[in-house]
Design a protein around this ligand. Structure first.
Ligand code: ADP
Ligand code: MG
Length: 405
């Protein structure tokens, strides 16, 4: 299948060619014709499968054909990073097309607010926004969504996780009932069904879930104690200059910061990114990482969903996410769009049970690499038994696991 089979306007095809897409991804193949037919849609596919272009392309094609003279499209996304990323993708794909979009997100100063406000007053075809910030603007009546044709909820699962349900519902009161609504999500928890049933009308459902990591990711793990983690990482990354972009995920800010200072002390070129950084600092760190100004980015989960950094050579899970789907998102950072990648997970005793769930979800037993002997003895891998002390009355049985100093 080729992009021209969708009968896009030639200026849209030019944009696709300029951005370098050769053929549609599976989710694009399935969803674009449905969107073109005007139906509502639920599209489920993991991170990195090309969901953005799946909705951007048919929508910009429609906008040119219909020549709307008002805000015709609203795209809601959970974070400012995602909003900017979608906006950039629109800019790229609509390069040969006379279409304008505005990115609206929180943070920044009064100037950011004013420039968003000015952009509204000048008008735009597409608004890409985080729900909270958009709602603040809507309170002031200079933004008219009453003629909206397309509503997109991108990363809907994440928006619900972040508590945007009420904001989304409020925003909808500014939009007409008669509109096309599209919901995209990487996962399909029950609460998404609820949201969808309230917002979408007779939606088609396209799902590529199964929660399989992108093909081409080589996955491996080490079973170890917490106090062996930093030394193992230093050992693994020593003299690995050929790995240009390494992304380490931690579950907590504390681990993120302390690994950062430890690796930096050991002479690695690393930076950390977490919610304590201001928005502009986060953007700067990401930019430097993309430009290879440093090798190792240590991040909390704020980065695991949706954010598109290409060519990650290695993803390390410093600890195991409690939500098995998040594992798939994290390692989705590597091996995007068909290249190859490597994902290594560090499993302490407490995380064994969660890792067991991940292996079940992805239907794979991930290879456990023996710990290098100089790091000392490793715990046994026994995810069923090691339940993180949840069943306290049995905890005496595990005493021998807990000391390895
Ligand atoms: P998702 O929203 O599903 O996480 P994105 O839309 O962010 O995925 O796309 C992931 C990456 O794949 C981006 O770098 C995007 O430019 C690229 N991409 C999307 N569609 C195609 C395509 N048809 N061919 C090649 N690369 C693509
Ligand atoms: Mg996306």
């Amino acid at each position: 299948m080729k992009f021209k089979d969708f009968n896009f306007k030639s200026s849209v095809l030019d944009g696709i060619e300029a951005i370098g897409f050769q053929t549609p991804t599976p989710i694009q193949e399935e969803t674009i014709p449905i969107i073109q037919s005007g139906k509502d849609l639920i599209g489920i596919a993991q991170t990195g499968t090309g969901k953005t272009a799946a909705f951007v392309l048919p929508i910009i094609d429609q906008i040119i054909r219909k020549d709307y003279q008002y805000v015709s499209t609203l795209i809601l996304a959970p974070t400012r990073e995602l909003v900017m990323q979608i906006d950039r993708q629109i800019e790229g794909l609509a390069y040969f097309v006379d279409i304008s979009s505005i990115a609206v997100y929180g943070g920044g100063d009064g100037a950011a607010w004013d420039s968003q406000k000015n952009a509204f007053t000048q008008g735009a075809d597409i608004i890409v926004a985080t729900p909270g910030r958009l709602l603040s603007h809507l309170a002031f009546n200079y933004l008219d969504l009453s003629q909206l044709k397309h509503l997109v909820l991108d990363e809907a699962d994440k928006m619900l996780d972040m508590g945007f349900y009420d904001d989304i519902k409020k925003i909808l009161t500014y939009t007409p009932k008669e509109r096309q609504s599209l919901l995209f999500s990487a996962t399909m928890p029950e609460k998404i069904n609820k949201l969808a049933s309230e917002i979408l009308v007779n939606p088609e459902r396209i799902s590529f879930s199964g929660s399989k990591p992108a093909e081409g990711v080589i996955q491996a793990a080490y079973v170890l104690y917490d106090d062996q983690k930093n030394d193992l990482i230093a050992y693994l990354l020593k003299d690995k200059e050929d790995l240009k972009n390494i992304l380490v995920f931690t579950s907590t800010k504390k681990n993120c910061k302390s690994l950062y200072s430890d690796l930096t002390r050991k002479g690695f070129l690393a930076k950390d990114i977490h919610s304590d950084l201001e928005q502009n600092e986060r953007i700067e760190v990401l930019r430097e990482f993309k430009n290879h100004s440093f090798q190792i980015l240590i991040a909390t989960d704020i980065l695991s969903r949706g954010i598109d950094i290409e060519n990650i050579d290695l993803v390390i899970n410093y600890d195991i996410p409690a939500d098995a789907e998040d594992y798939v998102h994290r390692i989705g950072r590597t091996a995007r769009a068909k290249s190859e990648g490597l994902a290594i997970s560090l499993i302490n005793e407490k995380d064994q049970q969660n890792f067991g769930k991940i292996e079940k979800l992805i239907e794979t037993d991930i290879f456990k690499i023996p710990l290098p002997p100089f790091l000392g003895k490793a715990p046994e891998y026994s995810p069923k038994k090691n339940n993180g002390g949840k069943y306290k009355k049995f905890s005496h049985k595990k005493k021998n696991f807990s000391k390895n100093k």
